[in-house]
Design a protein around this ligand. Structure first.
Ligand code: SAM
Length: 343
C-alpha cells in the first residue's frame, strides 16, 4: 500500500534480465515439452506446471478473462528462491504469454499489492526523530536557546537549568535520538503498478481500468505502523488490461443496484480471507466473483495461471463460465481441483 509497505527478502534492485530464469523450482507433472508447444487443451481443467510453460499450450484468442494474483515478492514460501530479477522476469513473461490467448476485446485482470521495498544504499536515509522514545521532554531548540542565554555554561550546567542530565543535552545536540541514522539501511519503495503496465504494453495489452480492493488491515505485516507516518497495509490493486478489439459491453451482466454499489465504483470493500490452512495468500471469492461477472460473459472462458487454492476456477464454475487453472505446486493444484469440482 502507499505507506503500508511489505518487506521482501533482503536483496538489492537489479537490472531486469529476461533471460535469467534460474533458481525457480518448476513442477512439470502434467505438462511436458517446450514453451513453444501448442495444443488445443480442453478447458475445465487444472494443471500442474510453470505458467510460462503452460500458457503457450492454450489456443489463440480463446480466453475471455484471465484473473490472477501472482507471487508478490514479499517472501512467501513459493517465491523464496526467486531473486527480484527472476520475479520480474517471471511475471513479465506470464503477462506476455497472454497477448496471444486473450480474445481481442478480452481482459487480463491482475490483483497485486501496490508497493515493494528494498534496501538501497544509493538513496538518502529516511531519519525519524521519535518523540515517544524521549524520556525527558526537553527539546534541542530549548537547549540551543538556553545556550544563547548562558553562553559560558557547560552541558552539565545547561542541563541543570533545564532539569535534565548532561547526557540528554549531549544527545539532543548530536541528534542521537534520531532513528535510522546509524544502523538502518536506506529503503527504496517501488510501485508494482508501473511495472505491470509497462510489461502489459510491451506485450500489446493496455491498461483499461483499475480497482482498489480495500481489505482488512494487516497490522502484522506492517513494520512501521507504531513508529512512522506510513499507513498500514490495507489495500491492493486490480489492474485491468485489455487486448485491443471490440469489447462486448453488456449492461445486463449485473443489476442496477450492483452497478451503483460496486460495478461502477473504484473501491471495493471486501473482507480478507480469514486465516486458514488452505493457502497462505488466498483472495476472497467475492473479489473473484466481481471481476468475473464484470469482465466475462456467461459461458465464456476464465483462466488463472496462479490458481493456488482454486478460488478463481471454483467461482468461475459457479458463475457458469468455463475455467482453466495452472499452479506450479502439485499440492495446490490438487486442492484447486477438489474445490472446483465441489463448486
Ligand atoms: C498469490 S498465490 C495465488 C492464490 C490464489 N489466488 C488463491 O485464491 O488461492 C500465487 C500462486 O502462484 C503459484 N506459483 C508461483 N510461481 C508460479 C509459476 N511460475 N507458475 C505457476 N504458478 C506459480 C504459487 O504456488 C501460488 O499458489
Amino acid at each position: 500500500m502507499i505507506g503500508g509497505v511489505q518487506t521482501p527478502p533482503i536483496q538489492g534492485i537489479k537490472t531486469r534480465n529476461r533471460s535469467n530464469n534460474q533458481g525457480l523450482s518448476r513442477q512439470h507433472e502434467e505438462v511436458q515439452g517446450s514453451r513453444k508447444a501448442k495444443a488445443n487443451l480442453p478447458f475445465n481443467r487444472i494443471v500442474t506446471g510453470d505458467a510460462r510453460d503452460v500458457l503457450p499450450q492454450i489456443p489463440d484468442s480463446s480466453v475471455d478473462l484471465s484473473f490472477w494474483s501472482p507471487p508478490y515478492y514479499v517472501g512467501k514460501s513459493y517465491e523464496r528462491n526467486l531473486t527480484f530479477e527472476e520475479w520480474q522476469d517471471m511475471v513479465c513473461a506470464v503477462i506476455a504469454g497472454h497477448a496471444r490467448i486473450i480474445k481481442p476485446g478480452g481482459f487480463l485482470a491482475i490483483n497485486i499489492g501496490d508497493i515493494l521495498c528494498f534496501p538501497d544504499k544509493s538513496i538518502p536515509r529516511f531519519r525519524a526523530d521519535n518523540m515517544r522514545h524521549k524520556k525527558n521532554p526537553v527539546t534541542r531548540k530549548q537547549i540551543l536557546e538556553t545556550m544563547t542565554v548562558y553562553p559560558d555554561y557547560n552541558r552539565k550546567e545547561i542541563g541543570a537549568v533545564l532539569g535534565c542530565s548532561e547526557q540528554t543535552v549531549q544527545r539532543r545536540l548530536e541528534h542521537n535520538n534520531v532513528r535510522g541514522g546509524k544502523r538502518q539501511t536506506q529503503t527504496k519503495l517501488l510501485l508494482t503498478g508501473c511495472m505491470v503496465v509497462e510489461w502489459g504494453e510491451a506485450a500489446g495489452l493496455y491498461l483499461y481500468d483499475q480497482r482498489i480492493w480495500h481489505k482488512d488491515p494487516c497490522w502484522m505485516n506492517s513494520r512501521w505502523h507504531s513508529n512512522s507516518y506510513r499507513s498500514v497495509d490495507e489495500f491492493e490493486h486490480i489492474y485491468v488490461l485489455h487486448r485491443p478489439g471490440i469489447v462486448t459491453y453488456d449492461r445486463a451482466r449485473i443489476d442496477d443496484h450492483e452497478w451503483s454499489s460496486w460495478g461502477s465504483r473504484g473501491i471495493w470493500q471486501i473482507r480478507s480471507v480469514a486465516r486458514n490452512n488452505r493457502h497462505e495468500a488466498e483472495f476472497p471469492e467475492e473479489l473473484a466473483s466481481r471481476v468475473i461477472r464484470l469482465f466475462s460473459p456467461e459461458g465464456g472462458v476464465v483462466i488463472d495461471p496462479f490458481v493456488g487454492s482454486g478460488t478463481t476456477t471454483a467461482v468461475a464454475k459457479k458463475l457458469n463460465r468455463q475455467w482453466y487453472g495452472i499452479d506450479s505446486d502439485p499440492k495446490y493444484t490438487a486442492m484447486a481441483r477438489l474445490r472446483t469440482d465441489a463448486a
